[in-house]
Design a protein around this ligand. Structure first.
Ligand code: NDP
Ligand code: 8G0
Length: 458
């Protein structure tokens, strides 16, 4: 029976975490953690507000705005803002809930939150988007701050929107402080923040490959299917290409492009797509020229997973539930050995069950699944580094930030691996540890201990 009939996405995220804890030895060793789990599933605070703004015709428009301040045991609430017509409380609660444990896995002092609005930037002018950002922050400003809650971008919120939001906050509060991350590099943003999620994802998968192959293999020569064509997908593609991989696909909400040649999607193609996406256009707009028609086939309304042929690595990087159980089976059939979520809850529970089942059955030769909580934590980690730089009023070089990002991804991978070994009995010798169970347990223990110390449960 459902405890959250009107919040299916939140319920899915909660059950995914709870089931991995329940199927481990955690509650046998620490039965009191059951109370901590129940209490941590209720947000500390949920803020909902009305956003009215003026469109280019001078008419009034309105949207629903939200901020879910889920857990502040480890630090100020931290997590992105999503502007997308599908945004609702269930989606923001699932994102905020995952954010708590992901942020714990970064090893930095950041709590978990998420926010956004059911505003659709598509089909809006720059002027309308700016007006919306001003109206949104006019409401949100009273609830956030550098030591309270530090939002950032997410789907539909790029550095340009962060600029407009930041300017509104600063004007309203008369305060220049690190109240948002993902700011421009010349005015308080961290270098490498735009790249961080995609790069971090690839660094994480590189560690998976090296671990599973005993250091014999790397990204070199691997065939990689990627979904999405926004911030995460673009930088994951660029880093994987740099490490010698071939990118088979990218996609957007209308369909997928599949590379025709063995060379795959090239850096110049990714740059062209990045430019297109700043203009809020669809991938189909790219295919109006003969240059791109010769390079790619277009699969209308489809995700790439069943369209790419033989594949080694799958990186869902668009949105939640973008790999179904059947698509997971198709990926296994197509030879995929690694699946890592760039997107949050990119895989449906059915897909996770397929991957985890295969891992248990096939020991060393299995498909290995990494959850978003671990694999995409590089983005929020560099946001945490941006907060540290803002507090110190100085900026680190790209090399410094990139090297810290690599260190954080390595520690996160090792933490998930070691925690799985400690709390999950393998079904057979030689089985790869469950990164989903290990990462969930490691993140949860850290948060639960801090909550207990602060009197949130006893
Ligand atoms: P962007 O807005 O830059 O890009 C989103 C991409 O996903 C676009 O290609 C978009 O297509 C596609 N997309 C969005 N919604 C849907 C949908 N409902 N169905 C199909 N395709 C969709 O967002 P990001 O790249 O920043 O975020 C992608 C994912 O990664 C999200 O799940 C986000 O939460 C997660 N993430 C992001 C981090 C970051 O630092 N940005 C950090 C960690 C996770 P279209 O262009 O047609 O709209
Ligand atoms: O930097 C952030 O706080 C942020 C922004 C967008 C997404 C995420 C995430 O971890 O999902 C974090």
């Amino acid at each position: 029976m459902s405890n959250y009939p009107s919040e299916p996405e939140f319920e899915q995220a909660y059950k995914e975490l709870a089931s991995t804890l329940e199927n481990s030895s955690l509650f046998k060793k620490r039965p009191e953690f059951k109370t901590a789990l129940a209490i941590s599933s209720v947000p500390e605070r949920v803020i909902q507000f009305r956003v009215t703004w003026e469109d280019d015709k001078g008419a009034v428009q309105f949207n629903r705005g939200y901020r879910v301040q889920f857990n502040s045991a480890l630090g100020p609430y931290k997590g992105g803002l999503r502007f997308h017509p599908t945004v609702n409380l269930s989606i923001l609660k699932f994102l905020g809930f995952e954010q708590i444990f992901k942020n714990a896995l970064t090893g930095l002092n950041i709590g978990g939150g998420k926010g956004g609005a059911d505003f659709d930037p598509k089909g809006k002018s720059d002027n309308e988007i700016r007006k919306f950002c001003v109206a949104f922050m006019t409401q949100l400003a009273r609830h956030i701050g550098a030591d309270t809650d530090v939002p950032a971008g997410d789907i539909g919120v790029s550095p340009r929107e962060i600029g407009w939001l930041f300017g509104t906050y600063k004007t309203q509060k008369n305060l220049w402080e690190g109240c948002l991350t993902g700011k421009g590099g010349t005015w308080g943003g961290s270098l490498i923040r735009p790249e961080a999620t995609g790069y971090g994802l690839v660094y994480y998968v590189d560690l998976m490959i090296k671990h599973a192959s005993n250091g014999k293999e790397s990204f070199k020569g691997k065939r990689v299917a990627i979904s999405g064509s926004g911030n995460v997908a673009q930088y994951a593609a660029l880093k994987a290409i740099e490490l010698g991989a071939t990118i088979l696909s990218l996609s957007d909400s209308k369909g997928a492009i599949i590379a025709k040649s063995d060379q795959g999607i090239q850096p110049a193609d990714v740059q062209a797509i990045a430019k297109l996406k700043v203009e809020r256009k669809a991938l189909t707009d790219l295919l109006t020229t003969s240059e791109y028609k010769d390079k790619f086939t277009y699969e209308e309304g489809a995700r790439p997973w069943t369209k790419v042929g033989k594949v080694d690595i799958a990186l869902p990087s668009a949105t939640q539930n973008e790999v179904s159980g059947d698509e997971a089976k198709a990926l296994v059939e197509a030879g995929a050995k690694y699946v890592a979520e760039g997107s949050n809850m990119g895989c449906s529970q059915d897909a996770i069950d397929v991957f985890e089942g295969n891992r248990k059955e096939k020991k060393g030769d299995a498909i290995w699944y990494a959850p978003g909580k671990a694999a995409n934590c590089g983005g929020v980690a560099v946001s945490g580094l941006e907060m540290a730089q803002n507090s110190q009023r100085l900026s680190w070089t790209s090399e410094e930030v990139d090297s810290k990002l690599k260190g954080i991804m390595t520690a996160c991978f090792k933490n998930g691996l070691d925690t799985a070994k400690e709390y999950v009995e393998p079904s057979a010798e030689g089985e790869l540890p469950s990164l989903v169970a290990g990462s969930n347990i490691a993140g949860f223990i850290k948060v639960a201990e801090a909550m207990k110390a602060q009197g949130d449960w006893w």
